[in-house]
Write a protein that binds this ligand. Sequence first.
Ligand code: DGP
Length: 117
Amino acid sequence: MADCIFCKIAAGEIPSHKVYEDGQVVAFHDLDPQAPVHVLVIPKAHIPSAAEITAENSGVVAHIFEVIAKLSGELGLENGFRVINNCGADGMQSVQHLHFHLLGKRKMGWPPFPAEA
Ligand code: DGP
């Protein structure tokens, strides 16, 4: 998609620090890391969000989780990690191209949101 920043990263038109790439997906370091390891794993095909995953395009989502499992070993996340997908306005999604955050090398909080006042 012409105006999509992650499509441009996938195509190599915008530089990124890639840690993995194959025909279907790219993984690269997040610009604003929230943990010592913070990688984004995205499909090369433009899927706007998790709300647009269908029977036709869901194969790449399974592949993304295979890549996450492989990267968790390569990035030294044997002690555990968190995978996050933010979807839509309430989910605080800021880039409208499906992506999964892989975070590790620190203890995460739970629940991941502040209690309502
Ligand atoms: P989300 O809020 O779930 O839509 O997360 C989008 C993430 O994308 C956010 O953590 C920052 C990251 N990001 C945005 N623009 C760029 C970019 O140009 N390069 C890289 N590496 N990361 C980006």
